[in-house]
Each structure stands twice: as C-alpha cells, then as structure tokens.
Design a protein around this ligand. Structure first.
Ligand SMILES: [Ca+2]
Length: 157
C-alpha cells in the first residue's frame, strides 16, 4: 500500500516538474502568456554601476534584463520579495535614456521602453541625473536610478 502511494507521489512530482532550460545560477521563469521559459541571473556577489553591470551580464552570455513582455516583471517582483534580505535593494535592468534625455530604450532587444504600466507612478524622473532603469525597493516597479549608483544586477539570456 505505502509502496504504491510513494510510487504515485513520485510519478506526480516528476510529471509536474518540467526540466528547466536554464544553466548555472540562472533561474527559469515561465511567462504565463506564452508558456515559454526565460532565464534570469540575480547577481548578488557585489554591487555594480550600470555599465559594469552590463559588462558582467555579457560575460555570462546574457545582457541586462528586458522586462516589457508578458508577466515576467511581476514574477520577478514576487521572487525578489520572497528573499527577505533583498527587499531593501535595487537591481539594474537593461533600459536607459543616456543617449537622448527622456527617450528610454532597452539595450536588448533594442526597442523603446513602454512608458507607464511597469513604472512606479511619477517615474522616470531626475532628468539628466537619472538615466538608468532599475527595479527599486520597496515595490520593484521600474524607477530611474541615479547615474553611477551601485546596486545588484539582473541579467537575462
Ligand atoms: Ca534621464
């Protein structure tokens, strides 16, 4: 009896746990609108400024995170909030208005950032002092972060 129940339990667990395509320390998130998995790296080893953060991601064959598609941004928020010691922090993502003030673009893929929706109300602000998009405490919606600010890094393959 117990043997059968344990067998059924293991079968159920294997059946529900789809193998992740993500390697190393990358974490897989399945976008519920496309059912496709995307791999993100939360680089908590040190705090970096934005350009250094981008180089770090490229060294991992990735880039700073793009978050305008599906529900991935909201899954990332939940994941960050589930880590008690991450909740007071900020994470670099792959958007900036460094080229033309007020024109926010993603670096990968190269396309304009959607304004509104993913941004905290009132963001972006700060003019030429704040040219780099980040996920920032306490809500981890998009914020414009101060040039040169050091924080953690969110990469995406
Ligand atoms: Ca700016």
């Amino acid at each position: 009896m117990w043997n059968v129940m344990i067998f059924l339990l293991i079968t159920a667990l294997i059946g529900s746990a789809k193998a992740s395509i993500c390697t190393g320390d990358f974490v897989g998130f399945v976008d519920s609108t496309t059912d496709l998995e995307y791999c993100f790296l939360f680089a908590m080893d040190k705090k970096r400024e934005w350009y250094e953060a981008r180089s770090f991601c490229k060294d991992q064959s990735a880039d700073l995170a793009f978050l305008d598609d599906g529900d991935l941004h909201f899954q990332i928020i939940d994941y960050i909030l589930a880590h008690r010691d991450w909740r007071d922090e900020g994470f670099h993502i792959g958007g900036n208005d460094a080229d033309v003030e007020g024109q926010w673009n993603w670096v990968m893929p190269q396309q304009p950032m959607e304004m509104g929706y993913h941004w905290w109300p009132g963001q972006p602000d700060g003019g030429r002092r704040e040219n780099f998009a980040c996920l920032y405490t306490p809500d981890f919606f998009f914020n414009s972060c101060v040039n040169g600010q050091r924080m953690y890094t969110l990469c995406r393959v």
